[in-house]
Design a protein around this ligand. Structure first.
Ligand code: NAD
Length: 258
């Protein structure tokens, strides 16, 4: 594997499992030093043990804005080149049945933490000559999913926040992009994939006919974070096996990709 990130420092939120873990592994494999956080201390510690000196881990709920800011300030003290705002949660519920506390929790983790992470990181990223932010949005940010009001709203906000931030940061040389994964084989989606009938229904909505592996999403994040994407900013890139290209009305969050 090429060392596109040799000498560079990256921060990844929600790096203990799933897509975030794959991002951490990929950035390290390409030479980066990575500071990652996760609310799951055991999962994060396991990964940190596995990857050794190339990483540092902090147990953290990204909804704790002061904690997130302190984590970023510490990790970026020497330098910072890449920020991956990846931590996210999903909660089912349409407007009729989602309660306000759940709605606010999704907004705090999926939206506010991205804003606070960027705000803390930008002064440090300005010092890098190759700075990039990659936000993990979702296909749910490109179209509404029935029965997932909070999640669709949050991910839609991230798509447009990414565009807005890309414009604001362009003069500082900081590129800002988002990925919009479809259905990825992670702990988050295990419940959707555990029922064979439901899984078959979901597969029928994906032109490539299969679920993405986390490393297939991480490789796109690495591309967007790298000089290979030096002229790409403000984009929300579907990583979805063609699902968005073939969007069909009437899919619910439970039946469509996440
Ligand atoms: P996951 O639940 O499998 O893993 C998420 C990781 O983030 C876990 O290690 C978890 O402990 C951590 N995390 C959750 N809440 C946190 C918090 N408040 N603070 C810190 N860490 C926290 O999820 P995933 O599937 O890997 O999803 C990662 C991102 O990708 C999320 O933003 C999600 O919305 C997005 N996404 C996932 C899919 C999919 O199909 N899996 C599709 C589209 C978008």
């Amino acid at each position: 594997m090429t060392a596109r990130f040799a000498g560079r420092v990256a921060i990844v939120t929600g790096g203990g499992a799933g897509i975030g873990e794959a991002i951490v592994r990929r950035l390290v494999a390409e030479g980066a030093r990575v500071a990652f956080c996760d609310i799951d201390g055991a999962a994060g510690a396991r990964l940190a043990r596995d990857l050794g000196d190339a990483v540092t881990f902090r147990e953290l709920d990204v909804a704790d804005g002061d904690g997130l800011t302190a984590f970023i300030e510490h990790a970026a003290a020497q330098r910072l080149d890449i920020l991956c705002n990846n931590a996210g949660i999903t909660e089912p519920g349409s407007t009729r049945d989602i309660d306000l506390a759940t709605w606010r929790r999704v907004m705090a983790v999926d939206v506010e933490a991205v804003f606070l992470g960027c705000r803390a990181a930008i002064p440090h990223l300005r010092r890098s000559d190759r700075a990039a932010i990659v936000n993990t949005a979702s296909l749910a940010g490109l179209g509404g999913y029935a029965g997932m009001a909070a999640y669709s709203t949050a991910k839609g906000a991230i798509v447009n926040y990414t565009r807005s931030l890309a414009i604001d940061c362009a003069a500082d040389g900081i590129r800002v992009n988002a990925i919009c994964p479809g259905l990825v084989r992670t702990p988050m989606t295990s419940v959707h994939r555990s029922d064979p009938a439901r899984e078959a229904r979901m597969m029928s909505t994906i032109p490539l006919g299969r679920v993405a592996e986390p490393h297939e999403v991480a490789s796109v994040v690495a591309f967007l974070a790298s000089d290979d994407a030096s002229y790409v900013t403000g984009c929300a890139l579907p990583v979805d096996g063609g699902t968005f290209a073939a969007v069909r009305p009437g899919l619910s969050g439970a039946g469509a990709a996440l």
